[in-house]
Design a protein around this ligand. Structure first.
Ligand SMILES: *[C@@H]1O[C@H](CO)[C@@H](O)[C@H](O)[C@H]1NC(C)=O
Ligand SMILES: *[C@@H]1O[C@H](CO)[C@@H](O)[C@H](O)[C@H]1NC(C)=O
Ligand SMILES: *[C@@H]1O[C@H](CO)[C@@H](O)[C@H](O)[C@H]1NC(C)=O
Ligand SMILES: *[C@@H]1O[C@H](CO)[C@@H](O)[C@H](O)[C@H]1NC(C)=O
Length: 439
């Protein structure tokens, strides 16, 4: 595959608006509030076909599976245990179940620090003097029944030589992308910064010709302002005057080209589907369209999420696609716009996790598990590998920027870096290990 430099052709207005987004309490890089008018001026309303566009190798063509392996990697694939690391070579391992262990030796021998320039300011908890910033990366995730191997940056660079890896999603995927960048940069500093395939940001590690990029998209699906047509229509007949048109089967333009460029793609979406401050159910509801026609009767956002379809169109032989599950928020005492905060200095106990996230309790942060229910439904039968980071992250109420995020509100949504998205990348690398990258 050929890497071409693609000039940023993005409407700059989209990236420099200043209203804080409703859900991204800490990342200024999601800018939507001011986009409404822009969108209404653009002919976005006629956009088509949500296609994610690649093939995943069938798991049966894994490179190799040691005969001693009976570990099951969560959800898909089979882990190949490294005898030096696996405590339970024959047991079944679900990487999502386990506990965080305090281990001061763990981090600092192989990860990056606060000097990594790519860390978004609000996430740099060490520089921002968050009181527990140093502690955050000293907790190690210990799955029951096995160990999660830390991503080895040199080995990663070598394994994925001549490979393009794209993160496609909201600011939480950028958080994960930055973690991977900083981890690799520490061992390979010859880097070209550019924007491959219309990415928001991207880098090539020149020595290994490994490119990683972040494509910013909130819903994955294309959306824009919708206004009632004077000539009428089905939605108009139902009394709708304005809202957002969401084409569940159309990829957002920020990543439409990513599908054919990257060898490995990591998607996420979720936070923006539960953002009533933007998609006001009354004043500016999400109006779903499929095949260019409004979905009638109109459905709620959660049902819209169910409808996201991934059409395999232009097969990209050898590419791998993963879907990352929802990243949990930890607002206590109110939501982000109601003075909610996250002041804990240690991971939650299992009882506390249950209390804060159980769907029965319907607490402030319940959407993490609700979104997952919809994701699993939407992805059923698809070729996505699922990267389940939700439960392990639910414990980490201590790992958000909180008041050190530099915003008016506490940031209990994004994660401090270094921090737990490093662990997500450990899991990512583990999962990739089990899937052959190229045919
Ligand atoms: C870098 O990798 C890409 C595939 O991702 C390949 O198309 C390109 O030829 C490689 N460049 C060099 C200089 O090897
Ligand atoms: C692994 O654990 C998670 C979290 O408890 C659970 O939701 C999931 O169903 C488990 N997966 C398997 C394959 O047992
Ligand atoms: C963090 O503390 C250092 C040392 O006390 C100080 O120089 C720096 O200005 C502080 N940073 C912030 C963002 O408060
Ligand atoms: C959960 O709480 C929200 C807001 O607190 C409320 O709007 C919603 O109706 C509740 N859902 C259920 C199922 O009780």
């Amino acid at each position: 595959m050929k890497i071409k430099t693609i000039k940023p052709e993005h409407d700059l207005a989209l990236r420099h608006s200043h209203s804080p987004p409703p859900m991204a309490t800490g990342g200024h890089h999601i800018h939507l509030q001011n986009n409404r008018k822009k969108f209404s001026l653009l002919p976005l309303l006629s956009l088509l076909i949500f296609a994610s566009i690649f093939l995943v190798l069938s798991l049966s063509s894994k490179t190799s599976i040691s005969s001693s392996s009976s570990q099951t990697l969560l959800l898909e694939g089979r882990s190949e245990p490294d005898p030096t690391y696996s405590s339970s070579r024959f047991g079944v391992c679900n990487y999502s179940e386990g506990k965080w262990i305090y281990d001061p030796k763990y981090r600092f021998n192989h990860k990056y620090d606060s000097s990594c320039k790519e860390i978004f300011r609000g996430w740099n908890c060490l520089l921002n003097n968050k009181s527990n910033a140093k502690e955050i990366a000293t907790w190690r995730w210990k799955p029951h029944g096995c160990d999660l191997q830390p991503l080895d940056p040199l080995q990663f660079l070598q394994t994925y030589r001549d490979t393009n890896i794209g993160f496609v999603g909201d600011s939480l995927n950028r958080n994960m992308f930055v973690s991977l960048f900083c981890t690799l940069k520490r061992v390979s500093s010859d880097v070209k910064k550019w924007r491959p395939a219309r990415a928001d940001r991207g880098f090539t590690f020149l020595e290994h010709n490994l490119t990683i990029a972040y494509h910013r998209t909130n819903l994955l699906a294309r959306y824009g302002r919708w206004l009632a047509n004077a000539n009428g229509g089905e939605l108009e007949a139902l009394g709708y005057k304005e809202g957002y048109r969401v084409d569940v089967d159309v990829p957002d333009s920020t990543w439409a080209k990513a599908a054919s460029f990257h060898d490995i793609l990591i998607f996420n979406t979720g936070h923006w589907w539960w953002a009533p401050a933007k998609f006001d159910p009354v004043k500016s509801p999400m109006l779903f369209f499929e095949k260019d026609k409004p979905v009638i009767p109109p459905v709620q956002p959660n049902v819209g999420l169910d409808m996201i379809q991934y059409v395999e169109k232009t097969a990209r032989p050898g590419s791998i696609k993963l879907f990352r599950t929802q990243s949990p928020r930890h607002f206590e005492g109110g939501d982000w716009d109601q003075g909610g905060s996250c002041q804990r200095l240690q991971p939650l106990l299992p009882e506390q996790v249950k209390e804060l996230f159980s769907v029965q309790n319907n607490g402030t942060n319940v959407e993490a598990r609700l979104v997952n229910q919809h994701l699993y439904k939407a992805l059923k039968g698809s070729d996505f590998q699922i990267l389940d980071v939700t439960h392990m992250s639910e414990f980490r109420a201590d790992a958000h920027p909180s008041t050190a995020g530099g915003k008016k509100h506490d940031d209990c949504m994004h994660w401090c870096l270094p921090g737990i998205t490093d662990t997500w990348n450990d899991l990512f690398a583990t999962l990739l290990n089990n899937v052959k990258v190229r045919t």
